[in-house]
Design a protein. Structure first.
Length: 266
């Protein structure tokens, strides 16, 4: 005879079995993360530079053609900008608006990489854009701002209006953007701090025409350009160049960045 106790036991067992068949409750799918809409708004103030050509005069005269559009920073990277990305500040002369210096080439490259990731994530630049250091040719083209003279401002006697140098720099760096810009709106292309470019150092090729030159594929030293607070203005000519090992930093060398559409970091 089936007792009431047996009936209750069977019913309870069936209920437990049915509850177990379904397994654990399925977790709710996470809400889709919407990417921020793209609005071209780089973190660094920049000027667009269209393809063009310029004449480089050293021991020979070369016509250099650039075929790709790029953007270049209107000023040298400040200490505030560097620290906001890297969380550190290697500079000897401290000040948020002063250019970052004592920065190694490799640190400048890492800054560009980190800023690229941040601005892509924030929708400030497209996913195929990168920040990087300029090539020497890009730097010279931007520095000249459409003229073909040793300085973007013409004659050396006008340097005090456009450049911080040994003559007026008070033996230290000065806030970025404090002097007159060149014709394209770029400040401190001459003076304040020298600026790393991406090229390995080597004598310029002897060809009279060059297209998108990017320097040799390797070497021991990287090039920096533009003159600085510790050198006389005459050494800030657009063609002036000094070299240093990429793992070294010094208090008269900083950098500015380029933004490129190509995705090619060169």
């Amino acid at each position: 005879m089936i007792t009431l106790f047996h009936k209750l036991t069977v019913l309870l067992g069936c209920a437990l079995f049915l509850a177990g068949c379904g397994g654990p409750a399925e977790p709710e799918a996470p809400a889709a993360v919407k990417s921020k809409p793209f609005v071209f708004n780089p973190s660094i103030r920049m000027v667009a530079v269209d393809p063009g050509r310029y004449v480089r005069v050293t021991d020979i005269q070369q016509t250099i053609t650039l075929t790709k559009r790029f953007w270049i920073g209107t000023h040298e990277i400040s200490q505030k900008e560097f620290e906001s990305v890297m969380g550190s500040n290697p500079s000897f002369f401290k000040g948020e608006t002063l250019p970052v210096e004592k920065v190694k080439f490799d640190q400048a490259v890492e800054f560009c990489r980190a800023l690229t990731l941040r601005d892509r994530k924030d929708g400030r630049i497209r996913q195929d854009m990168i920040y990087r250091l300029p090539t020497e040719a890009e730097w010279e083209f931007a520095c000249l701002g459409g003229v073909n003279t040793p300085f973007s401002f013409g004659v050396l006697e006008k340097s005090g209006e456009f450049a911080w140098s040994a003559e007026n720099g008070a033996d230290k760096t000065q806030p970025v953007g404090g002097k007159k810009p060149n014709a394209w709106g770029l400040h401190d292309m001459h003076g304040n701090v020298w600026e790393w470019v991406v090229d390995w150092f080597a004598p310029h090729p002897k060809a009279v025409q060059l297209t998108d030159p990017a320097g040799p594929s390797g070497g021991k030293h990287k090039v920096f350009k533009g003159g600085g607070w510790s050198h006389e203005a005459k050494f800030a000519r657009v063609t002036s160049r000094i070299m240093m090992a990429p793992d070294m930093g010094i208090n008269f060398v900083g950098f500015r960045v380029v933004l490129s559409e190509t995705g090619d970091s060169r």
